[in-house]
Design a protein around this ligand. Structure first.
Ligand code: 13P
Ligand code: ZN
Length: 268
């Protein structure tokens, strides 16, 4: 028996996570256990699920997050591989419930798979999104090679330098990642400091670059969050290919960018 049985909405949601996990592995962005995904699945929760007993002890989140009280999340398991999750999402991830103290969670299904070590960042972000009335439900952390490579150079870590460069490589990048790429200076993986810095940047960006580590993206669903990372990384690849051919790419001109921004009704 699985919590997904006879629940097509929930099964679809978890199926989308599995599909994206497969893409992350195929792209080479998910070495070993690299990356993690969480989805707020509270809208799919019925009374039978609410009545399900915990299959773990209550565990501390490490912070108090009032907006996610009683919410449910599907979470990738810590130390689990995306390539395994792609085939067996309920063996490599689990469903958790946030307890009424807003500071602990318990695992309820299918197996006691401990959630990702980046849970503080993911849950703090969901708490922030709910607080601002956002319809975003999914967060994706992954290690996209070319974007991480850019983050090793100070020049690209200055505010909006990477955004403007990546937008100018191909018109669609700004169209499909209109808020650009926020930059987060290096912080210890899985730390509360990393979570707090991520929330700050998500006020202005849907995708943030964790210096020398990876990206963290949010969107309405897991596929949309993946797409935003994918278009940015595609632009990074084009930039790097041009450099490998021995020249600095021109990039779209300011006039071309302006024309695009107006035609697609994008934010300045
Ligand atoms: P987990 O296996 O705990 O999800 O960690 C992977 C990772 O990318 C940490 O930043
Ligand atoms: Zn990581």
């Amino acid at each position: 028996m699985s919590i997904l049985d006879n629940r097509p909405g929930l099964a679809h949601e978890v199926g989308q996570v599995a599909e994206v996990a497969g893409y992350l592995w195929q792209k080479g962005w998910a070495e070993r256990n690299g990356g993690n995904i969480t989805v707020n699945i509270t809208e799919h929760i019925d009374d039978a699920i609410r009545a399900m007993p915990a299959i773990s002890e209550p565990k501390p989140i490490g912070m108090t997050l009032p907006n996610i009280k009683g919410c449910y999340f599907y979470c990738k398991g810590t130390n689990k591989r995306m390539r395994d999750l792609a085939r067996w999402p309920m063996d490599n991830g689990s469903v958790i419930r946030i307890l009424d103290d807003c500071a602990h969670y318990e695992i309820i299904a299918d197996k006691p798979v401990a959630p990702t070590s980046e849970l503080p960042s993911h849950l703090a972000v969901h708490n922030y999104l709910i607080g601002k009335g956002s319809n975003y439900k999914a967060s994706v952390h992954t290690h996209p090679i070319e974007l991480v490579a850019l983050s090793h150079c100070k020049k690209y870590l200055e505010k909006d330098v990477a955004s403007r460069l990546l937008w100018s490589m191909i018109p669609e990048t700004k169209a499909f990642c209109p808020r650009g790429l926020g930059i987060i200076p290096y912080k210890l993986p899985s730390s509360n400091e990393l979570a707090e810095a991520t929330i700050k940047e998500l006020g202005d960006y849907d995708v943030t670059l964790w210096e020398k580590h990876g990206v963290f993206a949010v969107d309405t669903d897991v596929m949309a969050a993946f797409d935003q990372i994918d278009v940015l990384n595609k632009s990074a690849l084009i930039y790097i290919q041009a450099r490998n051919m021995g020249f600095e790419p021109d990039g779209m001109s300011d006039e071309q960018m302006r024309e695009m921004t107006v035609a697609f009704n994008l934010p300045k």
